[in-house]
Design a protein around this ligand. Structure first.
Ligand SMILES: CC(C)(COP(=O)(O)OP(=O)(O)OC[C@H]1O[C@@H](n2cnc3c(N)ncnc32)[C@H](O)[C@@H]1OP(=O)(O)O)[C@@H](O)C(=O)NCCC(=O)NCCS
Length: 158
């Protein structure tokens, strides 16, 4: 693989709340498509998940606590995004995505560092992230950010 220099020096992170949710709809769709490709048993669940449904969940969580959206841009181009929440001291990285052409250049790390900082600043006593079963490759990335697996949730597919 060719060496890709980090682009983090020139990256601008734009942060905001629920008013920014619709700005990530396009990237969120790619993330969900990615999840449907990787999911071992629930490909269809991710394929059929709509932005409207997910946005409703985000709005509900924002109403119960706090929600932050970070969008990473470089020279006016969107590279990735992260959505984080804190409810009653429980922080969660809800959604994290970096555009395929920008991966491996520390954009994901930068978004995670920002998310962790934001969750701590907003009272998180715990921080969690859920990932799709079948997308185990990403565990190495999360381990570098200090997140390690604690359990596997099983869902009945009826
Ligand atoms: C996972 C993702 C956010 C990583 O973003 P990225 O910008 O490519 O990651 P970074 O360049 O910041 O990587 C930071 C470190 O993690 C490592 N890493 C990143 N992705 C990895 C992977 N899939 N497998 C193993 N290591 C990985 C990098 O090699 C780097 O290691 P280093 O610090 O030793 O150099 C990105 O690949 C992505 O959006 N994937 C598809 C969506 C997804 O899986 N999101 C998570 C859903 S829960």
């Amino acid at each position: 693989m060719p060496y890709l220099p980090p682009v983090t020096d020139d990256i601008i992170l734009v942060a905001g709340g629920v008013e920014m949710l619709d700005s990530v709809k396009g990237m969120w769709s790619k993330l969900t498509r990615d999840a449907s490709v990787h999911s071992t048993h629930f490909s269809r669940y991710f394929r059929e998940k709509s932005w409207e449904e997910r946005k409703e969940e985000f709005l509900k969580k924002a109403g119960l606590g706090r929600l932050n959206v970070d969008i990473a841009t470089h020279a006016g181009k969107e590279l990735g995004f992260c959505i984080s929440t804190v409810i009653d001291g429980a922080g969660e990285v809800e959604s994290l995505f970096v555009e395929e052409c920008s991966r491996g250049r520390k954009v994901g790390e930068m978004l995670m560092q920002r998310s962790i900082r934001w969750m701590k600043d907003n009272g998180a006593r715990t921080m969690a992230v859920f990932t799709v079963y079948g997308n185990e490759d990403v565990l190495a990335f999360y381990a570098k950010q200090g997140f390690h697996p604690i359990s596997i949730m099983l869902i009945h597919d009826a």
